[in-house]
Design a binder for this molecule. Structure first.
Ligand SMILES: [Zn+2]
Ligand SMILES: [Zn+2]
Length: 457
């Protein structure tokens, strides 16, 4: 054996082209040392190579489509096999003992693939084996693809694992009934959110990030926006792009050579437009932008009158207007004072009524709050009333009423702050608010930018 001639040995800079035998590899492997699989896996490789040799142009239409189906079946079998073998290799610490490498790093380097993919496959395989025996079995039978099982694994947390494990049957039915992967992923996300026991510690939201770099004439933006920031940017950018689209359509009718640009270009122009507008905004005249959400109410008895009590009291699910399920933990601040578009479904999932769009607080309440608070109530903030949301001090999904004593004017920034973990807010008898910070600091709210006067002696 010549095990010492191996990946990573003597060189730690094997990232990227970690295939030490590249170019020198024989039919049997990826450099030295060569390992021999089982007779069965060898046979699989041989059959695969014979298949590559078949000219697809020589096949009939039906045969070609059938081959695609067969390849998917083979791929699922391969994925399931790979997961099992990876877990076994990892559990035995084989690569660590023999080569001083973690399983994923060793496999990635040996095969020249991205290490993240191997890590994910390993993690998913462990999660499946540990928590989801029925999904695991379905993956082995080829009924559920590894990619779809991975969606469940990646959404699994300590908080929702019991609920998701109890829903394995439902997940399999959902997968069988849903051909669109995106829709399936959205539904699983909704299920994971639903399984997340209410009231326990919310998971730390992933941080948003955005990087900017320049190449010659081009600025490249690359980033991820999570939680409420993502929902907001999606809606406002989308809305602005829609407006630009309508303008361009009109323009086009007058001047046909001004063709309407594609969506990507419109969104880029919308981004510039919003930044310019924001930069020149007159805070004394602008209303704070409002996010719309769809509130889906499932109702066994569509004959009952549809008043606000049934809307807020009924089991409900919240979706952004693009149909993405909104996790309450990520966007508490948005669902605190949104424009709500209620849609009522019957027990069979048929939409039976669409309610008028409405906000929780009515105009009179907003006016009263503006007169009482005179802008953001967070001490030291100078945001005017028109830039504030009405925060439900006791959240409406905890049955906090939309009454003046329970509504505090907060600008978007401070609204986000009081929704953070560890922050809390209460109302006194005199409708001054008290804010407690995570370190226990007590803050009194302000009115019209002024601190609360000392209590009479
Ligand atoms: Zn709020
Ligand atoms: Zn503020």
């Amino acid at each position: 054996m010549i095990e010492h001639v191996f990946v990573g040995e003597g060189s730690s800079s094997d990232a990227g082209d970690g295939d030490p035998g590249a170019g020198a590899g024989d039919a049997g492997g990826f450099g030295s040392p060569g390992f021999t699989g089982t007779a069965l896996s060898g046979e699989f490789v041989a059959v695969g190579r014979r298949l590559v040799g078949v000219d697809p142009r020589a096949l009939s239409d039906d045969e070609r489509l059938g081959v695609l189906d067969d390849l998917e079946r083979a791929q699922r079998a391969l994925d399931a096999t790979r997961m099992g073998v990876l877990v076994a290799v990892d559990s035995a610490s084989t690569t660590d003992t023999r080569f001083g490498h973690r399983t994923a790093n060793w496999v990635a380097a040996r095969h020249g693939g991205p290490v993240g993919d191997v890590k994910r496959a390993l993690r998913d395989a462990r999660t499946l084996a540990l928590h989801y025996p029925e999904l695991d079995a379905a993956v082995r039978r080829g009924e559920l693809s590894g990619v779809r099982a991975g969606v469940v694994c990646r959404l699994t947390s300590d908080r929702n694992v019991d609920g998701l494990a109890a829903a394995q049957d439902e997940i399999l039915k959902l997968s069988a009934a849903t051909s669109s992967f995106q829709r399936y992923a959205n539904d699983i996300a909704a299920l994971a959110d639903h399984a997340d026991a209410d009231g326990s510690e919310p998971p730390a939201p992933a941080a948003s990030r955005l990087s900017m770099s320049r190449t010659g004439d081009e600025v490249h933006l690359r980033g991820v926006l999570t939680g409420e920031l993502g929902v907001e940017v999606e809606q406002f950018l989308g809305r602005c792009a829609d407006t630009l689209f309508r303008q361009r359509r009109v323009e086009e009718t007058f001047c046909p050579e001004l063709a309407v640009p594609g969506r990507d270009q419109l969104q880029a122009e919308a981004l510039g437009e919003l930044i310019r507008r924001g930069h020149t905004a007159d805070t004394s005249r602008t209303r704070a932008p409002v996010v719309g959400i769809n509130l889906t109410v499932t109702d066994a008895d569509p004959a009952t009158p549809w008043d606000t009590t049934t809307i807020w009291g009924a089991p409900r699910r919240i979706f952004s207007q693009r149909g993405v399920h909104v996790s309450r933990h990520g966007v508490d601040c948005l669902v605190c004072d949104p424009v709500v578009h209620p849609v009522r479904f019957n027990a069979r999932g048929v939409p039976v009524a669409v309610g008028r769009e409405r906000r929780f607080a009515d105009d009179d309440q907003r006016r009263a709050a503006a007169i009482r608070d005179g802008g953001c109530v967070f001490p030291g903030c100078d945001a005017p009333p028109t830039w504030t949301d009405l925060h439900h001090v006791i959240h409406w999904h905890h049955d906090g009423p939309t009454e003046l004593w329970n509504l505090a004017s907060l600008c978007r920034r401070h609204h986000g702050v009081v929704h953070r973990d560890g922050w809390s807010m209460t109302t006194g008898d005199d409708q001054w608010f008290h804010i407690t910070t995570p370190t226990g600091l007590q803050l009194d709210s302000q009115r019209h930018g002024r601190q609360r006067p000392p209590a009479p002696a």
